[in-house]
Design a protein around this ligand. Structure first.
Ligand SMILES: Nc1nc2c(c(=O)[nH]1)N[C@H]1C(S)=C(S)[C@@H](COP(=O)(O)OP(=O)(O)OC[C@H]3O[C@@H](n4cnc5c(=O)[nH]c(N)nc54)[C@H](O)[C@@H]3O)O[C@H]1N2
Ligand SMILES: Nc1nc2c(c(=O)[nH]1)N[C@H]1C(S)=C(S)[C@@H](COP(=O)(O)OP(=O)(O)OC[C@H]3O[C@@H](n4cnc5c(=O)[nH]c(N)nc54)[C@H](O)[C@@H]3O)O[C@H]1N2
Ligand code: SF4
Ligand SMILES: [Mo]
Length: 692
C-alpha cells in the first residue's frame, strides 16, 4: 500500500478512508485503458476507467469493469502447487515457494547442463505489460541459453506485411477517425474488440460519415454500419485488388501521390487490372455491384480511412491481404489528411528500449534455435534431430494458455501430456494449461504489481502502480524469475533490478517518468497525417507496393490473392468454412472462468446460416458435432444469419474444461502457417457439422 497515491479524480473517492490508484488495463486489447482502482483498508473495491485519460474517457468494457471479481476470484491460485497425479489430471499438492523453486532450479540446471536449448519459454500477451511480459523473463532465458520463442500467435502476418509496405506498425492516430467521412472497418469487430475506436467511428457517423464493415460474420459492428460486405474468409486481397481495378479504370487516383511517394505503381497497376469486379466477386462471394460501389466510395470520398484489424490475417494469405489493403490509401492519396489513411497497429510508434529490458547480450554470443509458438503441438512431439535440435525437455509457460489457444489441440494436449516433459506454469488460475503442469506458480494480477505499457490502438504510454498487496502468496512474474536466477547462480546485477526500475528502463529518457508517476499516462509525440508528404519508414522512404526485400526472400514482391490452405468449395467431405473469432465477454481464453461474464456468453456455440442448418436438420440449441480430420468438437448450434451461407462461426476461446466434451474450437484448427510472418491460420479451416 505504500505505493498507492491518492489522486482524487473528480468524484472518485466517496470518503477519506479510500485511496485511488492509477493503473493500466493489461489485457491484449488495442485500447489499453487507464484504470483507477479504489482501495479501502487494503482491499480493491472498484476498478473504473480514468475520466481524465482522453482515450479511455472513463469507460471500460464489461470485462474489466468487473476486475475485482477476477483478482479476488475464489479460484485464484494462492500458493505454489506440485503435481500429485498423472499428467493433465489436475491433481496437485500444496508446496512452499522454497520447495518449488529449489526443485525447478535443479531440474532446469540438469537439463541445461546437457543442452539449454531443450528448455523452451512459452509466453504471450496474458499481460501486455513490458515488465511482467518479456523483461526479467527474457533476461533469465537469455542467460540460460534456452530456445528462443517466435511470438507469432496473433499479429505476425500483419506485422510482416506492414513492415514491407508502410515500413512498420505505423499509421493514423485513432482520434482522427472521428473526422473521417468514410471508414472501412475491415476484419474488425470493433464493438467487441476495440470499443474506444468504435466510439470514434460513432462520432464520425453522427457527423455524417459512411461506415462500411468487411467481415464474413454479421457482427454487432456490421449491423451498425451503413453497408456490410460479407465476403468469404481469406478473400480480402481479391477484394482489395478489384477495388484498385475500379480506381484505375475510373481514374479515381492521386497521380501526384503515386508518382512521388510510392514504389512499383506500374507493376501493381498491371496486376490490379487483371482483377475486374466480376472475377473478385466469384472468389469473395459478394456481388460485383457491391465491389463497384465500395470502390466509388473509396475513390470519391475525402477524408477516407481504414481500420484494418486481425480478422483477415488468420488465413494462409493473411500477409498478402494486409499488404493489398495497406496499398489502398496511397492510390487515392488518402494519407494527405489526418483523418485519412489506415490504422492496423500503433505499437511501432513507441520508443521502447527492448534491449534494456530483455538484455539479449546475456546470450554472450550463443545463438539458440527459435521455435514458432504456433506449432507447439508438433514441436513437443518431435524427437531430437540435427535439423530440429534437441527434443523439448522442459517448458516454462507464463502469460499464456496454450492448451486452450494454440491450434490443433489434440497435438498440443498430446505434447503437454508427455510424462518426460517438465512443465512449469506461472498463472493466476487453474487453466487448461495449468492442469498439465508439474509445478504451478501463483502469479499476481495487474492490481498487485508494477508495470508500464504501450498500446496498439492509441499513442499513450501508461504506468500501472500496484493498488493492493499480492493476493495469497502470489508473486509477480519478475519476482519468480529473479528467484530462479538466484538459485541458478546468475549473479549479474540485472537480476536484482526492481520492477519500478524496470518501468523506468522501458523508455529511458524518451518518456517523462515523473509525468507517468503523476498522471499515469504520457503521450508519445507523433505527427498528424504522418505520410501526407511521404516519408514512410521503409528503405525507399515510400509506400512499397513492390517490395525489393520480399523479392530477395524469394517471395512475390507484389500483393496478390493467395487462396486458403483449405479453400471454400474444395472441401469434399468438409464443405463449410469455420472461423472462430473471440466472444465479446472473454478476452481470448481470459475471463472464461469469471462467472458473471460466462453467464452472459452462456455456453460454447456455433453459428450456422439457416440454409446450411436446414440441409443438415440442425435447429437452434441442438447439440452439433463439428469435425474434420483433426478432430471433433461438440457445442450448441445457433441458427442465425450472423453466419453467411457456407461459413460457420465457432465463437472462442472457451476453456476446454468448460466445453461439452472437454474440447474447444481449436480441436479443429490447423498448425499451418501464413504466407508472411509465420502466423496461425485459425480462420482457414474446413469442417462438417452434423446433429450429435
Ligand atoms: N472482447 C474481446 N476483445 C478482444 C479480444 C477478445 O478475445 N475479446 N481479443 C483481443 C486480441 S488478442 C485481438 S488479436 C483482437 C482481435 O480482434 P479483431 O482485430 O477484431 O480480430 P478478430 O476478432 O479475430 O476478427 C475480427 C473480425 O474479422 C472477421 N473475419 C474473420 N475472417 C475474416 C476474413 O478472412 N476477412 C475479413 N475481412 N474478416 C474476417 C471476424 O468475423 C471478426 O468479426 O481483439 C482484442 N480484443
Ligand atoms: N480458435 C482461435 N484461437 C485463438 C484465437 C482465435 O481468435 N481463435 N485468438 C488468438 C489470439 S489473437 C491470441 S492473441 C492468442 C492469445 O492467447 P494467450 O496469450 O494465451 O491469451 P489468453 O488466452 O488470454 O491467456 C493468457 C493467460 O495469461 C494469464 N495471465 C495474465 N496476466 C498474467 C501475469 O501477470 N502473469 C502470469 N503468469 N499470467 C498471467 C491469464 O490468467 C491467462 O490464462 O490466442 C489465439 N487463439
Ligand atoms: S480489455 Fe480493452 S476495452 Fe476493456 S478495459 Fe482493457 S483495454 Fe479497455
Ligand atoms: Mo491477439
Amino acid at each position: 500500500m505504500n505505493h498507492a497515491i491518492d489522486i482524487s479524480p473528480d468524484g472518485e473517492c466517496a470518503d477519506d478512508s479510500a485511496t485511488s490508484v492509477r493503473g493500466a488495463c493489461p489485457h491484449d486489447c488495442p485500447d489499453t485503458c487507464a484504470l483507477v482502482t479504489t482501495v479501502r483498508d487494503g482491499v480493491a473495491i472498484a476498478v473504473r476507467g480514468n475520466p481524465q485519460h482522453r482515450h479511455t474517457q472513463g469507460v471500460l468494457c464489461a470485462k474489466v469493469s468487473r476486475y475485482t471479481e477476477r483478482s479476488y476470484h475464489p479460484e485464484r491460485l494462492l500458493h505454489p502447487l506440485r503435481r500429485s497425479g498423472p499428467k493433465g489430471s489436475g491433481r496437485f499438492e500444496r508446496v512452499s515457494w522454497d520447495e518449488a523453486l529449489d526443485d525447478i532450479a535443479q531440474r532446469l540446471r540438469a537439463i541445461a547442463s546437457r543442452d539449454p536449448q531443450a528448455i523452451l519459454p512459452y509466453s504471450y500477451a496474458g499481460t501486455m505489460g513490458l515488465v511482467q511480459g518479456e523483461s526479467m523473463a527474457a533476461r533469465f532465458f537469455h542467460r540460460l541459453g534456452a530456445s528462443l520463442l517466435d511470438r507469432t500467435i496473433c499479429s505476425s502476418a500483419g506485422t510482416d506485411a506492414l513492415v514491407h509496405t508502410l515500413g512498420g506498425k505505423v499509421g493514423m492516430k485513432v482520434e482522427h477517425f472521428a473526422e473521417s467521412r468514410l471508414i472501412l472497418i475491415w476484419g474488425s469487430n470493433s464493438i467487441a474488440s476495440n470499443l474506444h475506436f468504435w466510439r470514434m467511428a460513432q462520432q464520425a457517423k453522427r457527423a455524417g460519415a459512411r461506415l462500411v464493415c468487411i467481415d464474413p460474420r454479421r457482427t454487432e459492428t456490421a449491423e451498425k454500419c451503413h453497408d456490410h460486405v460479407q465476403l468469404l474468409p481469406g478473400t480480402d486481397a481479391a477484394l482489395a485488388l478489384a477495388l484498385m481495378h475500379e480506381l484505375i479504370v475510373n481514374d479515381w487516383l492521386d497521380h501526384d501521390y503515386l508518382a512521388n511517394h510510392t514504389v512499383g505503381w506500374e507493376a501493381l497497376r498491371e496486376r490490379a487490372l487483371r482483377w475486374d469486379p466480376q472475377r473478385a466477386s466469384a472468389i469473395c462471394g459478394v456481388p460485383a455491384g457491391q465491389i463497384r460501389s465500395l470502390a466509388r466510395d473509396w475513390g470519391t470520398t475525402r477524408p477516407a480511412a481504414i481500420r484494418l484489424n486481425y480478422g483477415m490475417q488468420r488465413v494462409r494469405g493473411g500477409g498478402n491481404a494486409v499488404r493489398a489493403v495497406a496499398c489502398l490509401p496511397a492510390l487515392t492519396g488518402a494519407w494527405r489528411h489526418p483523418a485519412g489513411g489506415l490504422l492496423l497497429s500503433s505499437s511501432g510508434m513507441f520508443p521502447v528500449d527492448k534491449a534494456a529490458l530483455q538484455r539479449p547480450d546475456l546470450l554472450a554470443g550463443r545463438r539458440p534455435r527459435t521455435l514458432n509458438m504456433v506449432t507447439i503441438g508438433d514441436d513437443l512431439l518431435r524427437a531430437g534431430s540435427p535439423q530440429f535440435g534437441p527434443r523439448i525437455e522442459a517448458l516454462v509457460v507464463y502469460n499464456s494458455n496454450p492448451v486452450a489457444v494454440a491450434p490443433e489441440s489434440a497435438r498440443v494436449v498430446a505434447g503437454f501430456a508427455r510424462e518426460d516433459l517438465f512443465t512449469v506454469v506461472l498463472e493466476q488460475f487453474r487453466t487448461d494449461t495449468a492442469d498439465f503442469a508439474d509445478y504451478v506458480l501463483p502469479a499476481t494480477t495487474q492490481l498487485e504489481h508494477w508495470d508500464v505499457h504501450l498500446s496498439y490502438g492509441h499513442t499513450d504510454v501508461l504506468l500501472n502502480r500496484p493498488a493492493i498487496a499480492p493476493v495469497g502468496q502470489a508473486r509477480p512474474n519478475t519476482e519468480i524469475f529473479r528467484a530462479l536466477a538466484r538459485r541458478l547462480g546468475f549473479d549479474e546485477p540485472c537480476f536484482a533490478e526492481s520492477d519500478e526500475s524496470l518501468c523506468r528502463a522501458a523508455y529511458g529518457e524518451r518518456v517523462d517518468f515523473e509525468q507517468l508517476l503523476q498522471q499515469g499516462y504520457a503521450t508519445v509525440p507523433m505527427a498528424d497525417a504522418p505520410f501526407a508528404h511521404g516519408g514512410f519508414p521503409t528503405p525507399s522512404g515510400k509506400c512499397e507496393f513492390f517490395s525489393e526485400r520480399l523479392a530477395r526472400r524469394g517471395l512475390d514482391p507484389l500483393p496478390d490473392h493467395v487462396p486458403n490452405h483449405e479453400p471454400f468449395g474444395t472441401g469434399g467431405r468438409y464443405p463449410l468454412a469455420m472461423i472462430s473469432p473471440p466472444a465479446r465477454n472473454f478476452l481470448n481464453s481470459s475471463f472464461v472462468n469469471v462467472r458473471s461474464l460466462r453467464d452472459i456468453e452462456g455456453e460454447p456455440v456455433l453459428e450456422i446460416h439457416p440454409e446450411d442448418a436446414a440441409q443438415r436438420g440442425i435447429v437452434t440449441r441442438s447439440i452439433v458435432r463439428v469435425f474434420n480430420d483433426r478432430g471433433e468438437y461438440r457445442c450448441k448450434a445457433v441458427v442465425a444469419d450472423r453466419a453467411r451461407p457456407g461459413v460457420v462461426n465457432g465463437l472462442g476461446v472457451w476453456w476446454r474444461k468448460f466445453g461439452l466434451a472437454g474440447t474447444n474450437v481449436n480441436q479443429l484448427t490447423s498448425q499451418k502457417l501464413t504466407d508472411l510472418g509465420g502466423g496461425p491460420v485459425f480462420y482457414d479451416c474446413l469442417v462438417e457439422v452434423l446433429p450429435a
